[in-house]
Design a protein around this ligand. Structure first.
Ligand code: ZN
Length: 257
């Protein structure tokens, strides 16, 4: 299987890679500090991590999962695990590795024999509830719980760089909203960051890298669902996002919640 992937430098010691998965693309990031490197999401296959290896060099590594959906966690075995001091995620992310995560991999391996044999599930060994901090030396990675897309979703913030790593908490054209999503809390969490003057660069897992406007568009979309007045999908949508928009509206219609 060949897959398109791209690599970008976002800032000094800050890199992103985006991999095409067919229905959509997924992006992860690498932060290289003086003391330690941190991988933000390992994407869907160990080969997705090959691009990071020369940049990590001999540094100690922290792996951080934005949440336990398959396209963010299946590549961990492609990293130098002997130098991985920390595998971090929300406490609910760790719990998912003993719940839905193995079943999703098994289903995919049965559906596409041979394609996912190299995937090894590596659960978080370091968890938190509300927030925590990882010192990378020349930069700090703050992790904050921001549930909504899933219960275990976190965002990452690097205050020295004004960099906000969103995972699936904000994306373009709009986020994937599950049934029973805590929409009001999700919106509050996004608004907190939208008002934070330190934020300069917003990096979603799906859709282009940009600025605060990504947060504003996601807030407007989610508020439309919460208010029972969903925004019309204006831009031409891929099949994936057309179906997502329909499901997002169905879950949140009066009576569905
Ligand atoms: Zn995702």
């Amino acid at each position: 299987m060949t897959r398109m992937s791209t690599f970008d430098t976002i800032g000094d010691g800050i890199f992103s890679t985006e991999v095409a998965l067919g229905e959509y693309d997924v992006r992860g990031a690498l932060l290289v500090g003086d003391a330690r490197a941190a991988v933000w999401d390992t994407l869907s296959h160990p080969r997705d991590m090959t691009v990071w290896l020369p940049l990590i060099g001999g540094r100690d590594l922290a792996v951080v999962y934005s949440h336990a959906d398959w396209d963010h966690i299946w590549g961990t075995a492609g990293l130098p695990l002997e130098r991985t001091a920390l595998v971090m995620g929300h406490r609910a992310c760790q719990a998912r590795f003993a719940a839905d995560v193995p079943g999703t991999l098994r289903e995919r391996q049965l559906a596409e024999p041979g394609a996912w044999d190299e995937v090894q599930l590596v659960a978080p060994d370091t968890v938190f509830d509300a927030e925590t901090t990882v010192d990378l030396g020349s930069m700090t990675l703050e992790l904050h719980h921001l549930p909504g897309h899933t219960s275990d979703t976190i965002i990452g913030f690097v205050p020295e760089r004004g960099l906000l790593l969103m995972g699936d908490t904000a994306e373009t054209p709009f986020p994937v909203v599950p049934r029973d999503s805590p929409l009001a809390g999700w919106i509050d969490g996004l608004e907190r960051w939208e008002r934070d003057p330190r934020v300069r660069i917003v990096v979603p897992a799906h859709g282009p890298v940009g600025g605060i406007d990504i947060l504003q568009r996601n807030i407007r979309y989610l508020r439309g669902l919460l208010d029972g007045a969903p925004l019309p999908a204006t831009a031409p949508l891929t099949e994936f996002y057309r179906k997502t928009h329909e499901a997002n509206m169905a879950w949140t219609m009066p009576g569905a919640r």
